[in-house]
Design a protein around this ligand. Structure first.
Ligand code: ATP
Ligand code: SKM
Ligand code: MG
Length: 178
């Protein structure tokens, strides 16, 4: 009950880190609601993310994503899964660092990321060499995930349920939630 009033928990990290999967499971354990910002954006626009990328480019997608991040940093009682590129925008990083929220970085290696995303339609990975692209994205993004997060959780070699269980326990130990 108390957790419905708690500050939101934001999950950041690379595509395939498990933000959507772990976030849903964590919210259930904590008795909080769950919002996936990619899904919320698709629901509100009535079209898919690949469609938004095609019509408006990455820039248009980032503008819409930023507006949602701003909105949900003001919410209560939520676990929020962000999109993998949320930290690429300075405006978002400022919010993720300064808003009354608790931000967790779900960390994934390039190899695991590749395995978890290889048959998906994620626009940034529709290229000749997705593993190389993932490696480059991780090089530039990992410092940014680290910059905004108060806690980093390694997900390689752990089932998503186990990541959620561990994170739940850590959040209790840190008294982030009751
Ligand atoms: N710890 C894990 N172990 C194995 N598979 C996982 C793990 N976490 C997630 N997955 C799987 O990887 C795929 C991608 O996970 P998910 O969609 O949760 O990633 P995400 O971080 O939300 O990515 P995006 O940034 O693109 O939204 C899903 O098929 C999911 O079942
Ligand atoms: O890592 C990224 O930049 C992205 C990740 C996905 O969650 C989506 O937000 C979109 O495909 C972009
Ligand atoms: Mg996701």
């Amino acid at each position: 009950m108390l957790n419905k009033e708690a500050n939101p928990i934001f999950l950041v990290g690379m595509m395939g880190a498990g933000k959507s999967t772990v976030g849903r499971c964590l919210a259930e354990r904590l008795g909080m609601d769950f919002v996936d910002l990619d899904e919320e954006l698709e629901r509100r626009c009535g079209v898919s993310i690949p469609f938004i990328f095609r019509e408006e480019g990455e820039e248009g997608f980032r503008r819409r994503e930023s507006a949602l991040i701003e909105e949900f940093t003001r919410a209560k009682g939520l676990v929020v899964a962000t999109g993998g590129g949320a930290v690429t925008q300075e405006k978002n990083r400022t919010l993720l660092k300064n808003a009354p929220i608790f931000t967790v970085h779900l960390k994934v290696s390039a190899e695991q990321c590749y395995r978890r995303t290889k048959n998906s339609d994620r626009p940034l990975l529709q290229c000749e060499n997705p593993l190389e692209k993932i490696t480059l994205l991780l090089e530039s993004r990992n410092p940014l995930y680290g910059e905004v997060a108060s806690l980093t959780v390694d997900t390689d070699g752990k089932a998503s349920k186990r990541v959620a269980e561990e994170l739940n326990q850590t959040l209790i130990n840190l008294q982030v939630i009751k």
